[in-house]
Design a protein around this ligand. Structure first.
Ligand code: SF4
Ligand code: SF4
Length: 101
């Protein structure tokens, strides 16, 4: 199932997948992110599916800043391992989990 959820901040384009009876999306908090770029590792050490990329994002003050985005269009590749949440040193990556109806 694909659906669209409203996200409180910083991720207007939230799409989600159903995974093991839960609906999961991934959100990056640009205020917490230090741009260490560890999540851009494409060798599978961070996200095994390489689902993060660098791009312009909006700050809380609505300014264009460099940030990290999640590849929402490829969310079907997300395997729900939540390594991203565990390995981000700033705890800037959070799963948004909803109970499946
Ligand atoms: S690992 Fe976390 S703090 Fe580092 S760039 Fe990625 S989202 Fe930002
Ligand atoms: S849950 Fe796993 S596969 Fe999905 S974005 Fe996070 S690290 Fe990547």
């Amino acid at each position: 199932m694909n659906c669209v959820q409203v996200c409180p901040r910083n991720a207007v384009e939230v799409t989600s997948i159903e995974f093991e009876d839960q609906i999961i999306s991934i959100k990056v908090d640009h205020e917490k992110c230090s741009m260490c770029e560890e999540c851009l590792d494409d060798k599978g050490n961070f996200c095994p599916k390489n689902l993060f990329y660098k791009d312009k994002v909006k700050s809380k003050e609505n300014e264009d800043i460099e940030g990290i985005r999640f590849k929402f269009k490829e969310i079907a590749k997300c395997q729900g391992c939540l390594r991203c949440e565990a390995l981000c040193p700033e705890k800037a990556i959070k799963p948004v989990i909803f109970d499946a109806m």
